[in-house]
Design a protein around this ligand. Structure first.
Ligand code: GLN
Length: 494
């Protein structure tokens, strides 16, 4: 029999309803797997096994009564950016030490209302700032994938590195994640998992620790396209507590998954063919084009001429908003407090001790670009560029239904390889930040293996609120790629 932890969400849903196993057994299998793996992978910063078993027991009772929710008994991991009532939430920052929310984020509340089971809080880059999960106060996450013939430790991508690694290593059936500039799609790409950042406004941001509010969106990471569709359906809602949450009905995404791409037109933007792009990425992209063509899609070249300005303007807008959002961590309202001789020095000491180096860098850059004299030169200009990027996409979507690009410029790199060079690290997001700048949905689908034997992803970008086209197109890529994206288990203590 397949191990319970290997099942997809769709399979587990069937197994639970057909009484092949109980929610409790499913939760126990995951709790055991986490126990054996967490020392090696460092994916969970706070496992919550008792809560998982309690929730599973309630699921079993509801299953018995025929009152099962859409995610009844499905064990999930939660990125530590989502506030969970009564369960420590730190955004993996020292400054939120011991912060236990008295409220639940809307996204996680939606999951629990449909019967999902919480396995624990997952590691991430501090305040979601990073592309490798190495800025976490709790230390880096290790990617369950290794290169052929090497046991060098690889990064799982970031900032949702705990989410991507936990899903890939079968330490949860799916996970919540957030994406401000690529943090769902990039980690999904380098761990062989599926990640979708929905349209800005699709999921409520209420109760999610804010990084850059005009860019942040929640979404799922899962093992396949169908599972991602199942999760997003429940995570998305229109929420009066978040004024940017949009009051549109949430479609049945799962129903879109098998619709195929016949008659769709897929755009290929030449601007994403960046200088120095690895030949294997170019090849993967071309392969994606062939797969979609073979499945009946039309392919069309499109122009997104402002693409080259996306990364520099993102690194103005995101830090600007972050510097403002992070002003609230003052030692008074949340988490850590360091002593000081007066109030100002208490603030200063708390913030000096509480924030890590990357977060401080963002606060400094953000404060700089917002200060008098620089506001017009940097911040305002970046906002104008943002509008132009959005217009590029609007024009392209008059001709095509979705856009295909690589997700990342390369496969997973080794721990420490890029930590000394922030610009090198920021370049990981070159293909993903445009989507956040324009507020559009984007999805990464595992599409092949690198020459090193590690996963690579293709990205699909869609029209605002048209996640369905991404699910149906993503499914075609997933099916054509045909590989089973499962890393070799080297991490379990047997
Ligand atoms: N890597 C990007 C950054 O550090 C994006 C992070 C994210 O999407 N949260 O800003």
């Amino acid at each position: 029999m397949t191990e319970l932890t290997d099942l997809t969400i769709a399979e587990a849903r069937e197994g639970l309803r057909g009484k092949s196993f109980s929610a409790r057994e499913l939760a126990e299998a995951h709790v055991d797997a986490i126990d054996k793996a967490n020392d090696a992978l460092n994916v969970y910063v706070l496992p919550t096994p008792e809560r998982a078993l309690d929730m599973a027991q309630s699921s079993d009772a509801r299953l018995k009564k025929g009152e099962a929710g859409l995610l009844e008994g499905i064990p999930l991991g939660i990125k530590d950016l989502f506030c969970t009532k009564g369960v420590r939430t730190t955004a993996c920052s020292h400054i939120l030490d011991g912060f236990t929310p008295t409220y639940e984020s809307t996204v996680t509340a939606n999951l629990w209302a449909e019967g999902a089971v919480m396995l624990g809080k997952l590691n991430n880059d501090e305040f979601a700032m990073g592309s490798s999960n190495e800025t976490s106060f709790y230390g880096p996450v290790v990617n369950p994938w290794q290169r052929k013939g090497s046991n060098a430790k690889l990064v799982p991508g970031g900032s949702s590195g705990g989410s991507s690694a936990a899903v890939a290593a079968r330490l949860c059936m799916g996970a919540t994640a957030t994406d401000t500039g690529g943090s769902i799609r990039q980690p999904a790409a380098v761990t062989g998992t599926v990640g979708i950042k929905p349209t800005y406004g699709r999921c409520s941001r209420w109760g999610i620790v804010a990084f850059a509010s005009s860019l942040d969106q929640a979404g799922p990471i899962a093992r396949n396209v169908r599972d991602a569709a199942i999760l997003l359906k429940v995570m998305a809602s229109s929420d009066p507590k978040d004024t940017t949450s949009v009051g549109l009905p949430v479609p049945d995404y799962e129903a879109a998954v098998e619709r195929g791409v016949k008659g769709l037109t897929i755009g290929i933007p030449k601007e994403y063919r960046v200088p120095g792009m690895a030949p294997e990425i170019e090849k993967l992209w071309q392969q994606g084009v062939e797969w979609l063509k073979a499945a009946g899609a039309n392919i069309k070249e499109v122009n997104l001429p402002h693409t080259k300005y996306a990364l520099p303007s993102y690194y103005i807008v995101a830090p600007a908003e972050a510097s403002s959002n992070l002003a609230r961590y003052d030692g008074v309202r949340y988490g850590l407090r360091e002593k000081g001789s007066d109030m100002i020095s208490m603030y200063e000491n708390t913030r000096a001790a509480g924030f890590g180096a990357e977060v401080k860098r963002r606060i400094l850059i953000g404060t700089y670009v917002l200060s008098a004299g620089y506001y017009d030169a940097y911040y305002l200009k970046a906002q104008k560029v943002r509008t132009l990027i959005k217009q590029d996409f609007d024009n392209a979507f008059e001709e095509v239904d979705a856009i295909l690009t690589p997700t990342t410029p390369g496969p997973a790199f080794t721990l420490g390889e890029k930590t000394g060079d922030p610009v090198e690290m920021y370049l990981n997001d070159i293909f993903t930040v445009t989507v956040n700048m324009a507020g559009l949905p984007g999805m990464s689908i595992p599409a092949g293996l690198s020459s090193e034997g590690t996963p690579l992803g293709l990205q699909l970008i869609g029209r605002a609120f048209d996640e369905e086209t991404l699910f149906r197109t993503g499914r075609v890529i997933e099916e054509a790629a045909g590989l089973l994206f499962k890393p070799q288990d080297w991490w379990s203590k047997k």
